[in-house]
Design a protein. Structure first.
Length: 293
């Protein structure tokens, strides 16, 4: 364990409920989450990890919020396989605050009823209107017992003040460990591509899909070529996500390429296209795709 946070982890291990982690990029939120979860199960507690960092996912693929049950130390060795998923549809939070907040709250509610301690990792957006709005509503709907704020200097002062003022929540301010090494943009992009590749490993099954299975609903007369290479979330009919897929248009026929076709009940359109050779992604606006606006 990193001695920087040892007293805080010891204190949190004795508690129950939800611990929400906030901080900018490379502040050690995920490392702290692993250490806290290890300490919790070492103390005999049932624990769960909700990963709401949709751009730098640890649990499940990027563009999704993932839930992992932590029953023993082996579960911490491989967090990539999610026990439950909620599709958000982008690696960026801008314009998708509602989707990300709802996805996070849904999984936290499921976990809260099953375990003693739920640890929630969040995205790196902590400033500006989007960052503060996201943290406000995540706190509002996940109802954490404690927020742990990782910061260098006073970069989180506005968020910390807002959460204390509006929710009266206990906020523990934590310094960034000197052991944390910052990743370059290239390293982040390469790591994200590896996660997409793991999720979309060939050979992918091709499932023909009807226009009626989508959310949002496709407008009448939509040119299906507009949907080629769009990322989608395969829904299980119970509000959850089975995994990711990619739309393929061929001579007017739409298919979804995926490893999760069994049990698929519907498709949620994401806000990205993905290249299945390089796993590079580009953002798109759904209004432009669907209506040309």
């Amino acid at each position: 364990m990193d001695d920087t946070h040892a007293p805080l982890i010891e204190d949190l291990t004795r508690r129950r409920g939800v611990v929400l982690l906030v901080g900018a990029a490379d502040t050690g939120k995920t490392t702290f989450a692993r250490q806290l979860l290890a300490a919790a199960i070492g103390a005999g507690k049932r624990a769960a990890f909700v990963d709401a960092d949709i751009g730098e996912s640890t649990v499940g693929p990027p563009t999704c919020v993932g839930l992992k049950w932590i029953n023993d130390p082996a579960d911490l060795d491989d967090l990539s396989h999610a026990d439950r998923l909620q599709f958000v549809g982008s690696i960026k939070t801008s314009g998708l605050v509602l989707q990300q907040v709802v996805a996070t709250a849904a999984l936290v509610d499921q976990a809260r009823n099953e375990v003693d301690l739920v640890v929630v990792d969040t995205s790196d957006d902590v400033s500006g209107v989007t960052g503060q709005t996201l943290k406000y509503h995540k706190t509002e709907l996940t109802r954490p017992e404690v927020v742990v704020a990782f910061q260098r200097g006073e970069e989180l002062a506005p968020v910390i003040g807002m959460l204390r003022r509006f929710f009266g929540v206990e906020v523990e301010e934590a310094p960034v460990s000197p052991r944390i090494v910052s990743a370059t943009p290239h390293e982040r992009s390469a790591d994200r591509a590896k996660h997409f590749e793991a999720e979309l490993t060939p050979p992918l099954q091709a499932w023909r899909v009807r226009p009626t299975v989508f959310a949002p609903t496709l407008p009448a007369g939509l040119d299906p070529t507009r949907l080629d290479a769009m990322l989608v979330g395969l829904q299980n009919g119970e509000g959850g996500t089975l995994g990711l897929g990619v739309l393929q248009e061929d001579d007017g026929i739409l298919r979804v390429l995926t490893n999760h076709g069994e049990g698929m009940r519907g498709l949620r359109l994401g806000s990205m296209r993905i290249d299945l050779e390089t796993y590079a992604v580009e953002p798109v606006r759904l209004r432009e795709v669907m209506f040309g606006l």
